[in-house]
Design a protein around this ligand. Structure first.
Ligand SMILES: CC[C@@H](C(=O)O)C(=O)SCCNC(=O)CCNC(=O)[C@H](O)C(C)(C)COP(=O)(O)OP(=O)(O)OC[C@H]1O[C@@H](n2cnc3c(N)ncnc32)[C@H](O)[C@@H]1OP(=O)(O)O
Length: 300
């Protein structure tokens, strides 16, 4: 699979502060249309991407294809984009947990689809579709967590890097197996991995296809917390929700503003990030949460 086309994002000043608009700069040999790619992907059905939104402002996305170790069929790639769009328009949203069904995370692309889409044109289209979707997932104004139970392989490992945090259960494994397939990550996993663990550790994980267990993951900063619990999704998911809830307590406008300013700091050059921060600050300064909380005369 050739490298994907470059995707440029520009800062959009909007009433609610800042948001990013993706504008794809196509490499010379591809003329991409999401209509075409969707038809290609629909030819590979199976599984689902399920979304639950709670009144607390926390959502749960479940990669649901257990017969295939939660591998992404083509239709699941389309459904992931649809779920991300739902969260982009969920104004009460504060946090989202991405998990796999049946005690495992995600085994990457469905290899049957991979073999059928082996030509560079189809590969680049699928690659850009998933790259754009995962970039939008990471840019949601919600604090996101990948709950890694069982295996996160290939594209599944890349999916974990498209969340702000990664929680792993004691038996979990993240492995970028791409090299074993003569590939490099294509869903944006390499670009995000370097920003999470640095270039040296990224080289070890990609060139060595090194298995990341919870201990090594915490050591290199890829894993933020290890969950020790008896088997059983409810327990694991409950623990993940409890972990995330410490960061999403408070008015959604404030939590979403926090994510926006961190996003700007992470992705924009300093001057643009400062502009974005001022714009977000302007949306919360004097707003009802600020006004109400100032009245409490809080002491720390
Ligand atoms: C950009 C990267 C992206 C791409 O290039 O498009 C990719 O992600 S490519 C895919 C990378 N992933 C893999 O190579 C993982 C392959 N699978 C495995 O290594 C193992 O299945 C496992 C995940 C370690 C689990 O092993 P095990 O517990 O022994 O179960 P099975 O191997 O028997 O699997 C059960 C069942 O699931 C099917 N399966 C698993 N992974 C995939 C997959 N990625 N695509 C399609 N099907 C998958 C497996 O074939 C079994 O089904 P049956 O043979 O019908 O029983």
């Amino acid at each position: 699979m050739a490298v994907c086309s470059a995707v440029r994002f520009r800062l959009i000043q909007s009433r609610s502060g800042v948001r990013f608009q993706s504008r794809t700069v196509h490499s010379s040999q591809t003329s991409l249309s999401t209509v075409g790619i969707r038809e290609n992907l629909r030819a590979f059905p199976g599984g689902s991407i399920d979304l639950k939104k709670r009144e607390s402002g926390m959502a749960v996305i479940t990669i649901n294809n257990p017969a295939r170790m939660n591998a992404f069929s083509g239709s699941m790639m389309i459904e992931l984009e649809e779920r991300v769009h739902e969260l982009e328009t969920w104004s009460e949203g504060k946090g989202v947990i991405v998990q796999g069904a049946a005690g495992t995370f995600c085994s990457g692309s469905d290899l049957n689809a991979v073999r059928a889409m082996a030509n560079p044109q189809d590969g680049i289209k699928m690659c850009e579709f998933m790259q754009t979707t995962l970039t939008r997932l990471l840019r949601l104004p919600l604090i996101s967590v990948a709950l890694v139970e069982g295996k996160a392989l290939g594209g599944g490992a890349e999916l974990t890097t498209a969340c702000d945090f990664r929680l792993m259960t004691s038996g979990g494994v993240i492995q970028f197996v791409h090299k074993h397939m003569g590939l490099v990550p294509g869903w944006g996993g390499a670009s995000r991995l370097v920003r999470i663990v640095g270039s040296q550790n990224s080289l070890k994980l990609l060139a060595g296809a090194k298995m990341v267990d919870p201990e090594f993951g915490k050591q290199i900063g890829l894993v933020d917390e290890v969950l020790h619990c008896s088997s059983g999704e409810r327990n694991t998911l409950d623990q993940a929700e409890q972990w995330l809830s410490q960061f999403i307590k408070g008015p959604e406008a404030v939590i979403r503003a926090v994510k926006r300013v961190v996003l700007s700091g992470r992705e924009l050059p300093l001057e643009e990030a400062l502009t974005a921060e001022r714009n977000v600050f302007g949306t919360v300064w004097g707003a009802p949460p600020n006004h109400n909380l100032l009245g409490l005369k809080l002491r720390y």
